[in-house]
Design a binder for this molecule. Structure first.
Ligand code: SAH
Length: 230
């Protein structure tokens, strides 16, 4: 399996750094072919400007369509068939099923990380296939959104997690009804709280049944909305 993802940002180093550690780093050896592009390389003038003042006035700056387009052309040379995504708070909400779909279809991506007030609308209209949001809050840039999406993709690639980890069904999967069950490790007693007896019983069927019950209870407690949907 191989997925190519080009990320375009004025701070490519932020993303590069995240993907130099841990699970994210392993992903690059397991089929996540990630390439970071510096938007500023296409900036204009001595200051390599990528943004300008908004027509109509108002605060903030806007990423220029012509600069974004040059970056797109560069990335397209590497991934001609990619789906082009811009991160924006108004976009489609990123969910586990969306991530699973992207990975299972091996969809190549070009991800645009916004800054300032965001992108010139004409670039979005002409060259962007979809906009993605990671939640109802406003970040100062799309880099964290890119890291969130890529990290969630990375752990679905075969070989990135250890077999034991990846065999488990996790929260929010399209084919998993409930949130995760609670986990315990040593010490056996912590601040007077003992590990539930059942987990030490060695009865695999009972343990699995208990975990299922706990998962339902935790889902009821934290996310009753997920149960309503089923
Ligand atoms: N003016 C915009 C906010 C721009 S924030 C508005 O009010 O909607 C600057 C950039 O950060 C955006 O272009 C986007 O790329 C990124 N960003 C901010 N919040 C985000 C979110 N919730 N999900 C994904 N990207 C986000």
């Amino acid at each position: 399996m191989a997925i190519r993802v080009a990320v375009i940002s004025i701070f490519p180093g932020l993303i590069e750094h995240y993907f130099s550690q841990g699970v994210a780093r392993r992903a690059r050896d397991c089929g996540l072919d990630l390439k970071l592009y510096d938007l500023r390389a296409h900036g204009l003038g001595v200051h390599q400007s990528v943004d300008d003042r908004p027509y109509g006035g108002g605060p903030g700056m806007v990423l220029r369509a012509d600069v974004l387009y040059e970056a797109l052309l560069e990335a397209r040379q590497w991934v001609p068939d990619a789906k082009v995504i811009a991160f924006s708070p108004l976009g489609q909400r990123v969910t586990q099923p969306l991530i699973e779909h992207t990975v299972s279809q091996e969809t190549n991506l070009i991800l645009f990380c916004g800054r300032y007030e965001g992108f010139d609308q004409r670039f979005l209209d002409l060259y962007v296939d979809n906009q993605w949001s990671i939640g109802d809050f406003v970040l100062s840039g799309g880099e964290l959104a890119a890291i969130v999406v890529l990290d969630a993709m990375a752990r679905l690639l075969p070989g990135v997690l250890s077999c034991a980890e990846s065999a488990r069904l996790e929260s929010f999967s399209a084919n998993h009804q409930f949130l995760d069950y609670p986990h315990y490790t040593r010490p056996e007693v912590f601040h007077n709280q003992a590990v539930p007896e059942i987990l030490k019983s060695g009865h695999h069927a009972q343990i699995s049944n208990w975990r299922e019950q706990q998962a339902i209870a935790l889902t009821q407690q934290w996310r009753p909305d997920l149960l309503d949907k089923k």
